[in-house]
Design a protein around this ligand. Structure first.
Ligand code: ABU
Length: 372
C-alpha cells in the first residue's frame, strides 16, 4: 500500500475508509450507580429487570439492519467500509481483581477508538460494562497494525470504587443531556461528575479533531487526567483544549459541538459552549458557529438525547450523511448548500448512538494542518 492504511486528522477531509460498528451480541448493561447518568430515568425499570441479559432480539435485528443500511449508503458513495467482529460473550460475567460485570458491547466504535494521524488509540473507557469493548475491534486493529498503522492502548483504569462518586445525587441524573430545563445546581454545571480523578479515564467520543487542535470535554466518562494523558501522549504536535458546555449530563461531544468543514461547526442550541478561550479561538479564525434544529425521529432514546439528529457523518465538505426521518435537519443542511445523503438509521438510536457514534474514521485524504 503506498498510502498509510490509517490516516485521519479531522472530521471533514474526504473519507476513504471507515469502520461501521456491529451490534450482534449486545447485552443489556446492569443499572449500576454510574450507569444511571447514562441511561434515561424512564427506562431504569427495564435495565433493572434485564441487566446482564441479551436485549430483545427484534430490537437488535432492527439496529443491525440500520447499521447495514449505513454500510450500503457509504459504499455507494465510494467509501470502503470495514466491520468489526461479532461477540458472543457480552452477557457473560467477567471479573477483574477490582470488580465483576457483564458487558454492553454496543456498536459505537467512536466511543472506543480515536484515530489521530496514523495512530489508532484504544480508549480506556470509564464504565465497567464497557471494559472489554475494545475486543470487538482487535482483529481489525491487528490488520491495520500489520499494514503499518501505529497502535496504542491508553492505560486501562482499574475501575475500582475510587473512580466513582458514590454520593452523586440520583435526582441530578435525570436531567438528561440538556433536553429540558436545566436547573443551575445540577452536578456537571457545578463541576461535579460521576467519575473522580483517581486515575485517567476517557471515551474517545469526548475528543473532536480539528487538525493540530483537538477539543476535549470533561464528562461523566472522561476526566481531567484522561485529557492530560492524551495531551502528553500526542506531544507538542497537537494542542488539546478542554472545553465546557452548558450540559447537565455530558457524555460524548458529538451531538454538542460538531464540525462540518474547515469553516463551520454545529453547536447544540441548549448546550452552548461556555469556554471563552474556545469561543475566541473560533471567532479569531472566522469559523462560523451554526445552530441546527432539534431532532424529530420517532424512536426510543434509552441512552441519548434527541440531538442524535446532529450526530452526522461528513463524507467530505460537500456531502453529509443524515438520518432519513430528520427532515428539519435535512432542510437545514440543504440551505447551507450541502448534499444530503439519507440513510434509515433511527432503529439504532435506542442503543445510544447516531451516525457519527456508530462509525470510526480510518482514512481521510488530507494532511495535518493548523486551522486556528
Ligand atoms: N453518544 C452521543 C450522545 C449524545 C447525546 O446524548 O446527545
Amino acid at each position: 500500500m503506498d498510502t498509510f492504511p490509517v490516516c485521519s486528522y479531522n472530521e471533514w477531509d474526504p473519507l476513504e475508509e471507515i469502520i461501521v460498528g456491529t451490534i450482534d451480541g449486545v447485552s443489556v448493561p446492569v443499572l449500576t450507580h454510574d450507569m444511571k447518568t447514562f441511561i434515561r430515568k424512564e427506562y431504569w425499570d427495564f435495565y433493572r429487570e434485564h441487566g446482564g441479559k441479551p436485549y430483545p432480539i427484534d430490537m437488535v435485528k432492527k439496529a443491525a439492519q440500520a447499521l447495514d443500511n449505513l454500510q450500503h449508503v457509504l459504499e455507494a458513495e465510494g467509501v470502503t467500509v470495514r466491520r468489526p467482529d461479532s461477540v458472543g460473550y457480552a452477557h457473560h460475567v467477567f471479573k477483574t481483581p477490582y470488580f465483576a460485570s457483564t458487558g454492553f458491547f454496543n456498536a459505537d466504535a467512536r466511543d472506543v477508538l480515536l484515530v489521530v494521524g496514523d495512530e489508532i488509540i484504544e480508549a480506556p473507557m470509564a464504565q465497567r460494562c464497557r471494559y472489554f469493548e475494545f475486543m470487538r475491534y482487535r482483529s481489525l486493529i491487528q490488520e491495520y497494525f500489520n499494514q503499518g498503522a501505529r497502535w496504542t492502548a491508553a492505560p486501562k483504569p482499574k475501575m475500582c470504587d475510587d473512580l466513582y462518586d458514590w454520593d452523586y445525587p440520583e435526582d441530578d441524573m435525570s436531567f438528561f443531556r440538556g433536553e429540558g430545563g436545566v436547573p443551575d445546581h445540577v452536578g456537571p454545571l457545578n463541576g461535579r461528575f460521576i467519575t473522580t480523578e483517581s486515575e485517567p479515564c476517557f471515551d474517545a467520543a469526548d475528543f473532536t479533531r480539528f487538525g493540530r487542535d483537538i477539543l476535549a470535554q470533561r464528562s461523566h466518562v472522561t476526566n481531567d487526567l484522561g485529557i492530560q494523558w492524551m495531551q502528553r501522549h500526542l506531544g507538542s504536535e497537537y494542542r488539546v483544549h478542554t472545553v465546557k458546555f452548558r450540559d447537565p449530563g455530558p457524555i460524548h461531544m458529538d451531538a454538542t459541538w460538531v464540525p462540518i468543514g474547515e469553516g463551520r461547526v454545529l453547536s447544540c442550541p441548549p448546550r452552548p459552549c461556555l469556554s471563552p478561550d474556545i469561543l475566541e479561538m473560533f471567532e479569531k479564525a472566522r469559523r462560523e458557529i451554526l445552530y441546527p434544529p432539534p431532532g424529530v425521529a420517532d424512536a426510543e432514546f434509552h441512552m441519548s438525547s434527541r440531538w442524535l439528529s446532529m450526530n452526522i457523518l461528513m463524507i467530505d465538505e460537500e456531502r453529509v450523511v443524515v438520518e432519513r426521518s430528520e427532515e428539519p435537519t435535512i432542510k437545514f443542511f440543504k440551505e447551507l448548500g450541502l448534499k444530503t445523503i439519507l440513510v434509515d438509521f433511527k432503529d439504532h438510536y435506542v442503543f445510544g448512538g447516531g451516525l457519527h457514534c456508530a462509525t470510526c474514521d480510518i482514512r481521510r485524504r488530507g494532511t495535518l494542518k493548523s486551522y486556528f
